[in-house]
Design a protein around this ligand. Structure first.
Ligand code: SF4
Length: 401
């Protein structure tokens, strides 16, 4: 039987208006619904990180950007607000919307970016959503299955778009398909209604997984009663950057979106990663200078989109030597970590330093790995991975998750 999770503390997730105080200074998290950020916005964040932080933008497991070691949180908040990246002080931390990163450019049944904008607007306008936890996660999957398989609290996965502009999507709650909805307006309404129902059923719940069995049953019953029958169908596998040579084992993640990709409209999309998922401010300014749309992904990738071939070649030639990694075979496309010591007071080890040593001197990386400084396992990937956790005796223990 599922035990309910009852939270005895307020949600301390950082945002722009309420930063988290870590051992190395304040941390501000900038929500990017769908991971999208304009070049001018990226430039603003880079300048704020250089002037008031540790000089890096951290890529998070929810496709957000984080500034750390802040000495002037008000100056950073002012810059973020001016850039249009924090449109609501009351709803800043609830704008957690993961979206298929390639939607509208490569594959997928429909472009769900307009739905993401609509959901973000409605989320900010809804009174009830202000009391949502900053951990509650909305997902919009354009039909390829990349977001649905991460099991957000509530997710819409597009099943058809037979009528232009009118999608039909299945709605999943905690990974279970409960029905379907038609059209962006209805889908957005249903996703928000799930969040409102969860709060109504159990005010202290942060996530659907926190609910007791009876509460979860009540939530599912309410949602099913509103929705049309599920459309169903197999969930397509996410696209890969190269043809599969063999059936990957269940614990192996899909290929990273790293390298050169041809868009459906003839443009080029470049995907890259950076060491330790920390984008140096100077490099971020160069990425912004490309003047192309940017998407960050829940796998901590940076996508530079809508390029023509000549510009794409120049971007690779200039930015690869500066630290953008365009090689999908790089270990940095498969490893991640929490901040560890000394940035986090709870850390049992200097995780970043140890991971750097592991990558430079250790065994090849053959599966997704996430290194953490304690059992809280911050920033862990949602899919199967090898979790390498620091222990009090100064070593690490490995778990499969
Ligand atoms: S996993 Fe532990 S050590 Fe790492 S950031 Fe979270 S609390 Fe700190």
């Amino acid at each position: 039987m599922t035990e309910p999770v009852r939270r005895d503390a307020t949600d301390r997730c950082p945002g722009v208006f309420t930063t988290h105080v870590a051992a190395d200074g304040a941390v501000a998290r900038v929500r990017l619904p769908g991971g999208r950020i304009r070049p001018d916005q990226l430039e603003t964040l880079a300048q704020a990180a250089a002037a008031h932080g540790d000089g890096y933008l951290e890529l998070t497991a929810r496709a957000n950007l984080q500034l750390r070691g802040l000495t002037d949180v008000d100056a950073v908040a002012d810059a973020v607000i001016k850039a249009g990246l924090a449109p609501s002080s009351t709803h800043d931390k609830v704008r957690n919307i993961e979206v298929s990163p390639l939607t509208g450019r490569i594959g997928g049944i429909a472009d769900v970016r307009p739905l993401a904008d609509l959901l973000d607007d409605r989320l900010q306008a809804a009174d009830v959503s202000a009391s949502l936890s900053g951990r509650f996660l909305f997902g919009l999957d354009d039909g390829r299955g990349d977001i649905a398989r991460r099991e957000p609290d509530v997710c819409a996965i597009v099943r058809s778009a037979a009528v232009p502009g009118e999608i039909v999507a299945d709605v999943l709650v905690g990974g279970a398909v409960l029905g379907s909805a038609r059209g962006d307006e209805t889908v957005a309404t249903e996703l928000l209604a799930v969040a409102a129902d969860m709060i109504d059923i159990c005010h202290g719940a942060w996530r659907v997984a926190d609910l007791a069995e009876t509460e979860r049953t009540e939530l599912d019953d309410r949602v099913r009663a509103r929705l049309a029958p599920a459309v169903g169908g197999p969930t397509p596998q996410p696209p890969t950057s190269q043809p599969p040579t063999s059936q990957p084992p269940a614990s192996q993640p899909p290929d990273p979106i790293v390298g050169w990709f041809d868009q459906d409209d003839g443009g080029v999309l470049l995907g890259a990663v950076v060491e330790l998922a920390r984008l140096p401010a100077r490099l971020a300014e160069f990425v912004a200078a490309v003047q192309a749309p940017i998407v960050v992904t829940p796998d901590r990738e940076i996508l530079i989109c809508d390029l023509d071939e000549g510009v794409a070649e120049t971007v690779v030639r200039v930015l690869a030597p500066m630290g953008l990694i365009f090689d999908a075979a790089s270990p940095w496309a498969a490893v991640s970590c929490c901040v560890g010591a000394p940035g986090c007071a709870k850390a049992l080890a200097p995780v970043r330093d140890d991971l750097l040593v592991r990558i430079r001197d250790g065994e090849p990386v053959t599966e997704r790995e996430h290194w953490v400084g304690c059992g809280r396992r911050c920033g862990s990937p949602s899919g199967p991975h090898r979790s390498v956790e620091a222990t009090p005796d100064g070593g690490y223990v490995t778990h499969r998750r």
